[in-house]
Design a protein around this ligand. Structure first.
Ligand code: CA
Length: 225
């Protein structure tokens, strides 16, 4: 999952993105409202953590612009204790949640999880399933019937993306946007390498799923028949 942190207190912004990265998210960090809006308008983010008091353009304006452009990424506003008025405006402008500074990181992580959860998903934040295959966040493993195999961070992120979109073709551009970000120079060949690692690992545990290639487009996770 890809997150955007927009916060002008550089130390706080960097600390947040560090914590989020350690929790297996891909994170982009920007330090003013204009860059925040620019990034957010791409629509690739699964959640945006947006400070209200920002140089360039404040968080409420960023949010208003986003919603006007029909970008519906969930937004968590960061507010100072004194900004009650802003909090109300923020929720009216289409924020999904807010956190008052200072906050403990556990609370931020819980709110990100709540907002990025798939509708109707059974709430086990550590685990995703597809056709009996389990992807576990705490151990960074995929498992099937008592066999498991460890994944690298990128493999984990690709697998997470595939399991979140079962039986749907994920275009390669989408995978790059989500995992490496827009400005990366990752090439399609790199993804192919990770996919081939993943296929080998899935085969090693005899998992009844396969990553199918849609030639020239991307990949989909399918049940083995
Ligand atoms: Ca600020």
């Amino acid at each position: 999952m890809r997150l955007l942190v927009v916060e002008d207190e550089v130390q706080l912004a960097d600390a947040l993105s560090e914590i989020l990265k350690r929790n297996m998210y891909s994170v982009d960090t920007v330090y003013n409202g204009i860059d925040g809006l620019d990034n957010a308008l791409t629509g690739v983010y699964d959640c945006i953590i947006l400070d209200i008091m920002l140089p360039g353009m404040n968080g409420i304006e960023v949010l208003n612009n986003l919603r006007r452009e029909h970008i519906n990424s969930p937004v968590i506003l960061l507010t100072a204790r004194s900004e009650v008025e802003d909090k109300i405006n923020g929720l009216d402008s289409g924020a999904d949640d807010y956190l008052t500074k200072p906050f403990v990181t556990g609370e931020l992580l819980a709110r990100v999880r709540a907002l990025t959860r798939r509708k109707g998903e059974i709430v086990d934040y550590n685990q995703m399933d597809f056709n009996g295959l389990t992807l576990r966040k705490d151990t960074c493993c995929v498992a099937w019937q008592g066999n498991d195999v460890k994944l690298s961070l990128k493999e984990y992120q690709i697998m997470e993306l595939l399991i979140s979109n079962p039986k749907r073709i994920l275009p390669k551009e989408r995978i790059i946007e989500k995992i490496w970000g827009y400005e990366s120079d990752v090439e399609y060949n790199n993804i192919e390498v990770y996919i081939s690692f993943l296929r080998k690992k899935l085969a090693a545990i005899n998992a009844p799923v396969q990553i199918k290639t849609a030639r020239g487009i991307g990949y989909s996770l399918e049940q083995e028949v």
